[in-house]
Design a protein around this ligand. Sequence first.
Ligand SMILES: [Zn+2]
Ligand SMILES: [Zn+2]
Length: 170
Amino acid sequence: MGGCLPSDMIRFDVSALLKAHLGQSLTLNIDTGPQALGELKVDYLRGTVRVFRIQNGLYVEGTVQTQLRLECVRCLEPFAFPTALELDETFRLSEADPRFDIPYAVGDDGWLDLAPLLREQAWLAIPMKPLCRIDCKGLCPQCGADLNREVCTCERVQIDPRLAVLKELL
Ligand SMILES: [Zn+2]
Ligand SMILES: [Zn+2]
């Protein structure tokens, strides 16, 4: 089924590891093109992840390089945000395992889907106020012109915020 769903590139058959001795491990290579991690778009995911068989679980660790597609809070233009996602997480051996303090589980088909974990880490990597560049000039509050690209003719008056409050009262 499915076959070419994009997320197949971040799903791995770990069924052999489920039956393996404690301490055994698998190395997973991730190298994808553009992906959707839920609502997040990334240009690529690249890295090496090691999966260890531990008591009652699998331990996943590694670093995945990616580039997120974000929208600048000032000019509203999309831009690329390269970052590294650090993985350090325990997975339950099956979805039926009731330890709900461990949010991730290996699928009951024996496949490890890294998408939910990568999505979570990607969200954590997003800055509070994403900026296309540190000195982004943003949009003109009056005419909406992108001030990185053009100069509009609107009068630019620096209003003291305390005076602005007074002005609204008048
Ligand atoms: Zn911007
Ligand atoms: Zn303007």
